[in-house]
Design a protein around this ligand. Structure first.
Ligand code: OAD
Length: 271
């Protein structure tokens, strides 16, 4: 076994070894809950449990492209609350940046649209924003990009941004991947790189949304996979799979202690 124990110490020992060079990450909303952004599916605190006020036919409709085309108001009500600008990276985001500093980070696949990986200092070319992000936007009809500043003002002012091209006037939407839309081409073109993985760390995701959740199958059979999550999700029954349950920031702190990165982590996070 490459990782003999189901604990942060064993994971750290493997990470310190010569064998572990290419670390891949898969992130979900649980990584950002400590930043004050709710996840989607946690029973009481998740977004989908708290959308009654938006009068949706069903919670996921808020991210459904056909629903949005007919009625963008619920999405923009939510967008105002989730819009980047007032959230800071968590300790776990900082850990990812630290993996990069230590030349271990190959690629960070994220489902999150909050751009906190970038804000934590992870290089843009190592992040695959599989579900897009709030960083850019365009008209859903003619696809013309829309200005960042105007977007910010519209969202904060509670207005629905509309395309400014003559005779278009389509609704503008952040470049977030809605249900019914395809994932960015970078997502598909990066999948093959997972064959190079020496370690896959999966953090804060229910692994319920595909194709993202299927990435766990693309690392070699012998590549250890480490799940860090509040609750058990997915199927982790390979020989070197490790499941660490708890708050990701706590587990990451422990892992960094074992890696002797704790001081660096704290100063980078505060810094
Ligand atoms: P979910 O809300 O489905 O899952 C978040 C997971 O993180 C749950 O299993 C929580 O138990 C766990 N969690 C929450 N806080 C945590 C913490 N502090 N430490 C560790 N674990 C924690 O979110 P995702 O899996 O990211 O798609 O959801 C996937 C996609 O569904 C999203 O990207 C979004 C959504 O519909 C789109 O909007 C396209």
């Amino acid at each position: 076994k490459l990782i003999p124990g189901n604990d942060p110490r064993s994971v750290a020992a493997y990470m310190k070894s010569e064998r572990c060079r290419n670390v891949f990450l898969m992130l979900g909303a649980g990584v950002s809950t400590a930043a004050g952004i709710p996840d989607f599916r946690s029973p009481d605190t998740g977004l989908y449990a708290n959308l009654a006020r938006l009068n949706l036919p069903y919670p996921e409709a808020v991210f459904q492209i056909d629903f949005f085309r007919a009625n963008p108001v619920p999405f923009y009500t939510l967008a105002k609350e989730l819009y980047p600008g007032r959230f800071a990276p968590t300790l776990t985001h900082t850990f990812i940046s630290l993996l990069n500093t230590h030349s271990l980070l190959h690629t960070c696949f994220t489902q999150n649209i909050d751009t906190l990986e970038r804000l934590a200092g992870v290089p843009k070319d190592k992040i695959i924003e599989a579900h897009g992000s709030f960083a850019s936007q365009r008209c859903i009809e003619c696809k013309m990009p829309f200005d960042d500043e105007r977007m910010k003002r519209a969202v904060e002012g509670g207005e629905i941004p509309k395309c400014e091209r003559r005779k278009c006037g389509g609704v503008v939407k952040p470049d977030i991947v809605f249900f019914g839309e395809s994932l960015p081409k970078e997502f598909y073109s990066s999948i093959h790189s997972l064959r190079k993985a020496d370690l896959l760390i999966i953090i804060g995701t229910s692994l319920t949304v595909h194709p993202f959740a299927s990435l766990v199958h693309f690392v070699p059979q012998k590549c250890p996979r480490v799940l860090i999550n509040l609750v058990k999700v997915g199927e982790f029954d390979r020989r070197d799979d490790v499941v660490l349950l708890g708050k990701c920031d706590d587990i990451v702190r422990e892992l960094c202690r074992e890696l002797e990165w704790e001081e660096e982590l704290e100063s980078m996070w505060r810094g």
